[in-house]
Design a protein around this ligand. Structure first.
Ligand code: ATP
Ligand code: MN
Length: 462
């Protein structure tokens, strides 16, 4: 395989012939010389290919080499007289693999809006911005695995088709092979799921946590990293219907350990991106969110602030007149409240703990006050919640009681309750929305621009 442009740009000039393969971003021509900028996605920068028109004998071909065309250029790397790069390719020959006609190629050299680029999502990775996002996504995925691997967490593949609603929030996409025009019914007229593919009602998973817990009860520390689906009809800049989630689960661990891992984990992936994507981060800092790289650096260096929900509400109440939804003890925190806490009160990431049990899921450990649970959300500026986690309720009687009071049938969760019957132990975990993390890291405004093919209400193109 030929070297990538990221590698070629680091080489010293040499008479050895090299081949650069990629797509033409720009072409500039004078009477005597033609410059192509070729990009292969390995880095933001392209390689400048210089063609001396007086000695070059492929002028017919060169006429068809336009923005978007796929080319292989062979030549020598020479010192570049221009200030933009150390080396450039002095081309001897060019192979034109695929043309991109000027009158139809949608990515001509000019700035396009992100909305327009969403309409050509199949071509948008060829732009500087979406290419940079793709590289950051790739590096962060790698960092996720290396963080957990280094700490002896096992990567567990939890099912995508699920028959339990982990969040109890009812935001699930159903999975069925029924002919929707002719749904089998029981004698009472209810949908007869016994006749469906799985013989019962099934959905796409909203979280791998419950299954993740079962493996934590055997392997001690595990994590999942996979797609998650939520049919929430909220048309926001931070929600997708299909997103990727990372969910570590740790046995012999309480909320304190959980928060420490969450903080270490975020700092690790931020530091990894700063160290390994400096060129892309400089791009985001300049064009997307001013100074975002410096912000990340300062997040890595400072300890996160901790605050109980009760203290957070006391802070928020002082500012109630400026919120669309005034807060009181017991209310769920909206994005405006989360952002106020992290942006104005704490001026950086904050971990809010011990929420009222009424606004959190059934599996969270009840505090001795009987009113709050050992939950924690990590909030960050611009986005609000990025991580949601908790210590899990490990006491069989308390957990069963909570399920009953929430109208969940303990029989449906028999295997989950077995974990509390056999070798139960304090355990805790959290979920990080991968796409939301990428949004935070890059400063991108809309989550739909950090995932290749966004799925949201009324949007599943491509
Ligand atoms: P939110 O209040 O923002 O909807 P949530 O409380 O529903 O979040 P959790 O169920 O705790 O979120 O999920 C864990 C993490 O997954 C969240 O902190 C967030 O980063 C991410 N997440 C949740 N829902 C979505 C979504 N629809 N699109 C993208 N990421 C999401
Ligand atoms: Mn949600």
């Amino acid at each position: 395989m030929n070297d990538r442009i990221s590698q070629l740009l680091k080489r010293a000039p040499s008479s050895e012939l090299v081949v650069v393969e990629g797509w033409v971003r720009t072409k500039r021509e004078s009477k005597t010389v033609c410059f192509l900028e070729v990009n292969d996605g390995s880095c933001l920068k392209g390689l400048q290919v210089v063609i001396d028109l007086q000695s070059f004998d492929q002028s017919e071909l060169l006429a068809k080499v336009t923005t978007g065309a796929a080319v292989s250029c062979t030549g020598e790397l020479v010192a570049s007289p221009g200030g933009n790069q150390a080396v450039e390719l002095q081309a001897r020959s060019i192979v034109l693999h695929g043309e991109a006609p000027v009158d139809t190629y949608p990515l001509q050299k000019k700035r396009h809006t992100l909305e327009y680029l969403r309409e050509i999502a199949h071509l948008r990775p060829r732009t500087n911005m979406i290419g940079a996002v793709a590289r950051v996504r790739n590096e962060v995925s790698y960092a996720v695995h290396s963080f957990f691997h280094d700490r002896q967490f096992s990567y567990v593949h939890t099912p995508i088709i699920s028959t339990s609603d982990a969040e109890g929030a009812g935001e699930m996409f159903q999975v069925t092979t029924f002919d929707l025009d002719n749904i089998p019914r029981t004698e009472e007229g209810a949908v007869d799921y016994a006749k469906d593919f799985f013989g019962r009602k099934a959905s796409l998973t909203v979280s791998g946590q419950l299954e993740g817990e079962t493996y934590a009860m055997a392997l001690k520390n595990i994590y999942t990293f996979g797609p998650t689906f939520r049919a929430e009809n909220s048309n926001t800049k931070r929600h997708l219907s299909e997103f990727w989630m990372i969910e570590p689960e740790m046995a012999f661990c309480t909320l304190e350990g959980d928060m420490q891992v969450a903080e270490d984990f975020l700092k690790y992936i931020f530091a990894h991106v700063l160290d390994n994507c400096s060129e892309d981060m400089a791009f985001f800092s300049q064009w997307v969110e001013k100074g975002v790289a410096d912000t990340l650096r300062s997040v890595v260096e400072k300890p996160f602030v901790h605050m109980t929900y009760t203290d957070a509400v006391a802070e928020l109440e002082k500012n109630n007149k400026s919120f669309d939804y005034p807060v009181h003890w017991g209310s769920d925190l909206q994005t405006e409240h989360e952002r106020y806490l992290t942006e104005v009160v704490c001026k950086g990431p904050v971990i809010v703990t011990d929420y009222p049990k009424e606004i959190k899921a059934f599996y969270m450990k009840l505090n001795d006050d009987g009113k709050t649970v050992r939950a924690m959300d990590v909030l960050v500026p611009r986005l609000g919640e990025i991580i949601g986690g908790s210590e899990r309720e490990s006491r069989l009687d308390v957990l069963t009681e909570r399920m009953v009071s929430l109208n969940l049938d303990p029989a449906d969760y028999w295997w989950y309750l077995d974990l509390r019957r056999f070798g139960s132990v304090p355990h805790a975990g959290f979920g990080l929305g991968f796409d939301r993390a990428i949004q935070y890291i890059t400063g991108m405004q809309n989550i739909r621009d950090v995932i290749p093919y966004p799925r949201a209400a009324k949007q599943a193109d491509f």
